[in-house]
Design a protein around this ligand. Sequence first.
Ligand SMILES: [Zn+2]
Length: 253
Amino acid sequence: MFMIDAHIHADCRPYEDFEQMAVAGIESAVTLAHDPLPMSASAVVLDHFHHMLKNDRKRATENGVELYVALGVHPRSICPDVEVVLERLPALLQEEKVVALGEVGLETTSPEEQEIFKKQLQIAEDLKKKVVVHTPRTNKWEVTQKTLYIIEESINPKLVQLDHVDHSIIDLTREFGGQMGLTVQPLKVTPSEAVELLTEYGCDGFSLDSDMSSSPSDPLSVPKTVHQLKLGGFSDKDIKLVSKKNAARFYGI
Ligand SMILES: [Zn+2]
């Protein structure tokens, strides 16, 4: 069965990971902008974007994984001259293989984070571009509540995927009207916890991702979760929805 990993950070991963993913049946993945370095200036952020578009796409493609890209200013990547990045963003979002704005959102809910998040949601709303929104590890419930409030005020929620959804915030996210990303990662949600969540809430509106980065991660999170879903008796239709179709529909890939 072919799968999509709906949220990765390809720039942090070795060449060999892409081969492993392809062998395990992952045909496509979406790599998102984040905070791989201290983003001291707009030039660093823009170099990060160009590296994703050029080098990472090439490394993945050479191993048989079609890599799509999301670009945006992560809340931990706000540089002093961030306005330069925001000015360039609308044009960059039109580049080939760029399927979304992301990942963006709130980490601490500081006024600066809120301002940059709102400005980027406005860009996405104007361009009718999809947005991938991060939720943090610390104060997750409170920050997610604020994040959803800003989304509701700023953008059609159908354009939004809220990521790193787990048991602690599912009460907030179930009714928000967009897609929910289930990040299966060591120290976050295990494959069997993902199965529990999907058993309880169904597969509609969920996509699976590894969020693989320089933190503890597993490039095979999605196939391992699919394996657990099969063992758990999920139908092929539901497995396909959560491991491919929902992500394909959201990103238009
Ligand atoms: Zn991420």
